[in-house]
Design a protein around this ligand. Structure first.
Ligand code: NAD
Length: 487
């Protein structure tokens, strides 16, 4: 049993592990079994205030302000090594808390977090302004400076807790900011272990503060706090909109990574075996709890039977089991409430005329398991097609003699615009679709190939701003224009 679970869970404020003043707590549940893993401290406005003040001190007076960028690089690289050294333990905590297969947690969640730290570590020494030629009379020396945006509030969801926390902490610290992290209340474990490792590798007090608690209390207090310069949020579109309103008080900067309802297009000339495999993985991985999941499949009528049967067969064959079972491929959804939500969507799809060709049922037992599900005969007006389900449910529609214009319009017929995939061997089809799709990420003949060099984010109601790449780290800076009159 990881040592984290053998002690009361605490908050990390100013380098100290502390309880919360109210003494409030909630159960942390293992979704594979419904068992209680730990008691989480529920921080509130008081703890958020202490954490923000500690982050401010570290930013302005503390060692962080005086540290060379190369020192920030070194610390981030040390943390990446520490994550790998403790990879088995972190993966076990992630599997216990989310139900995901252990090997996925080890390879993807922990591996991804370590790589994210290494990618961003390099940016600490490469954030430059530039000189500008200005068309003013006389002699001028004009240039831009990139400065840390300040104290940043980071709020993350429960689907990939460790990787999501690191994907915000790494660029924020590389840019020279200090942070207050509010993990999702359902999944605090790996964030807390990450905090322990950050203290151990030598991040100074106050640079990273972690306040666990409810979204409506700790989360809201963080977003509304006047001492916070920026909030970076990943989560649902509904909460993203609420955050915009709460952040208005001091007009803090807001970055939003929100939901999706991403289309996958399979053309008749595609490599169908690869396309089928990727379509299945694209919706069933992480039990469909992925913002960029390909949840709407558009398949050409001439290959629809083969593609639908191929994806349905994979859905039936996937081993749905607790993450600690050696050959588990799909774990439970995160909570009983999430299982109810997903099953209500499946019922509404059925009621509106969709046909279930694979799955469609919740599994009996203590954990929150759902069969990977494929719905055909879905239409654009159905709730299952319009709303983000965030579960292992694929909605299939066919196309026939649609022009690329019409087909892209069908794909774009959604409030979201996070991701999309195109499967074809025809360059013209691929490029024309790429240009027409209103999505922040487009993949051609590729499954979800996320690289930290590539900006990630959404059009429309899938969010504001981009994570990863130069844009992702620059999002944690302010740009200052300096003009010096040399006359
Ligand atoms: P959620 O919006 O309910 O919660 C996300 C986080 O926000 C949690 O930490 C929660 O405590 C906090 N929160 C809730 N209410 C708040 C409030 N009023 N003020 C401040 N914080 C508050 O989302 P979820 O159910 O945890 O996660 C699923 C959603 O996240 C899905 O919609 C999914 O698409 C989205 N998501 C998006 C991305 C992306 O990169 N675009 C990645 C993963 C998940």
């Amino acid at each position: 049993m990881p040592t984290l679970l053998q002690q009361p869970l605490r908050l990390l404020i100013d380098g100290q592990w502390v309880g919360c003043a109210s003494g409030a707590s909630m159960d942390v549940i293992n979704p594979s079994t419904g068992e209680v893993l730990a008691q989480e401290a529920l921080g509130g406005a008081a703890e958020i205030d202490q954490a923000v003040q500690a982050a401010r001190r570290a930013l302005e007076a503390g060692p962080w302000a005086r540290m060379r960028p190369a020192e920030r690089t070194r610390l981030l690289l040390k943390l990446a090594d520490a994550l790998e050294q403790h990879g088995d333990e972190l993966a076990l905590l992630e599997t216990l808390n989310t139900g995901k297969p252990l090997k996925v947690a080890r390879m993807f969640d922990v591996g991804h977090a370590a790589e994210c730290l290494r990618y961003n570590a390099g940016w600490a020494t490469k954030l430059n302004g530039e000189t500008r030629a200005v068309s003013l009379p006389g002699d001028w020396h004009a240039y831009t400076l990139r400065e840390p945006v300040g104290v940043v509030g980071l709020i993350v969801p429960w689907n990939v807790p460790l990787a999501m926390a690191v994907s915000k902490i790494a660029p924020a610290l590389a840019a020279g900011c200090t942070v207050v992290l509010k993990p999702a209340e359902l999944t605090p474990l790996t964030a807390l272990r990450l905090g322990e490792l950050m203290v151990a590798v030598g991040f100074p007090p106050g640079v990273v503060n972690i306040v666990t608690g409810l979204g409506t209390e700790a989360g809201q207090a963080l977003v509304a706090h006047p001492g916070v310069d920026k909030v970076s949020f990943t989560g649902s579109t509904a909460v993203g909109k609420a955050i915009l309103a709460s952040a208005a008080g001091n007009l803090k900067r807001v970055a939003l990574e929100l939901g999706g309802k991403s289309p996958v297009f399979i053309f008749p000339d595609a490599d169908l075996d690869r396309a089928i495999d990727a379509a299945a993985r694209g919706i069933f991985s992480n039990t469909g709890q992925v913002c960029a999941a390909g949840s709407r499949l558009f398949v050409h009528r001439s290959v629809a039977e083969r593609v639908v049967e191929g994806v349905a067969q994979r859905a039936r064959q996937l081993r749905v089991a607790p993450g600690l079972v050696a050959d588990a491929e799909i774990g439970p959804v995160i909570s009983a409430r999430q299982r109810e939500r997903v099953m209500a969507y499946v019922a509404s799809g059925r009621a509106e005329g969709a046909e279930v060709v694979a799955g469609g049922e919740a599994l009996d037992g203590a954990g929150y398991f759902i069969q990977p599900t494929v719905l055909v005969n879905t239409t654009p007006a159905m709730r299952v097609v319009r709303e983000e389900i965030f579960g292992p449910v694929l909605c299939v529609q066919q196309f026939d003699d649609d022009s690329l214009e019409q087909l892209a319009a069908r794909g774009n017929d959604t409030d979201f615009g996070l991701s999309s995939s195109i499967w074809t061997r025809d360059l013209r089809t691929a490029h024309q679709m790429v240009r027409r799709l209103k999505a922040g990420n487009v993949r051609v003949n590729a499954a979800a190939a996320l690289d930290f060099a590539m900006p990630f984010g959404g059009y429309k109601q899938s969010g504001w701003g981009r994570e990863n790449g130069r844009e992702g780290v620059e999002a944690y800076t302010e740009l200052k224009s300096v003009a010096i009159d040399l006359n």
